[in-house]
Ligand binder design. Structure first.
Ligand code: ADP
Ligand code: MG
Length: 206
């Protein structure tokens, strides 16, 4: 069954961020949600992740699905090295963890603590952890933050290859990333730019 987001409303401290937002996701392919900073991408992501409960609306079709997540923040355990951070998500399977790190070009960094890694390397450890964890849907919120374009392109294309036949939801503010990889692209417009009773637009980007 496909996933349906139905008329989500989310406000923070009385200020509306998502308004009557609806979206249907396919069972496979790469869905990119593109939009400017502050438009509510992370809020939508966190609703799908179950981290935020919307004020109203519903998300259907996620029951029983296993989600692999890359949150906007890396959420690495600082006292574990890169390999241990990934292995932690796969019941200690170090070989699987190392394969995921290698796909993220981090094999040589496996023994380093997060604090010994650059921001872009830490980001790739978080991506490797989701890749190793596996599941039905891979959800990533700005996965390429801190990566240069060539590295971002290699890393995302490996993820797509590994996740073939399943759904990837990729949130980004880089239009080039959406243009390069998406099977379906949507632009999320900020509610601040909408008229008072407009539904929030998720425009297909052509
Ligand atoms: P994006 O990911 O597209 O940059 P966000 O979903 O993070 O946007 O944020 C959308 C708006 O909601 C921003 O104005 C942000 O400041 C606000 N916001 C997000 N999370 C919270 C929160 N927990 N409390 C208050 N305001 C928030
Ligand atoms: Mg965000």
């Amino acid at each position: 069954m496909s996933i349906a987001v139905e008329r989500l409303n989310v406000s923070f401290n009385g200020r509306q961020v998502l308004r009557d937002l609806s979206l249907t996701l396919p069972d496979s392919g790469v869905v990119c949600i593109y939009g400017p900073s502050g438009s509510g991408k992370t809020t939508l992501f966190n609703c799908l992740a179950g981290v935020i409960k919307p004020d109203s609306g519903a998300i259907r079709g996620l029951e029983g699905k296993r989600l692999a997540m890359v949150f906007q923040e890396n959420r690495l355990l600082p006292w574990y090295n890169a390999l241990e951070n990934v292995a932690f998500a796969v019941e200690g399977d170090r070989e699987k963890a190392l394969r995921a790190l290698a796909a993220m070009e981090l094999a040589a960094e496996a023994e380093k603590l997060p604090a010994q890694l650059s921001g872009g390397m830490q980001r790739r450890v978080a991506i490797a952890r989701a890749l190793a964890y596996g599941g039905d849907i891979l959800m990533l919120d700005e996965p390429t933050a801190g990566l240069d374009k060539e590295l971002a392109e290699r890393v995302v294309s490996r993820l797509i290859e590994a996740w073939r036949g399943r759904l990837i939801l990729l949130i980004t503010h880089d239009l080039w990333l959406a243009e390069r990889f998406a099977t379906f692209k949507y632009g999320l417009e900020s509610i601040a730019d909408a008229k008072p009773d407009d539904q929030q637009g998720l425009r297909p980007v052509l």
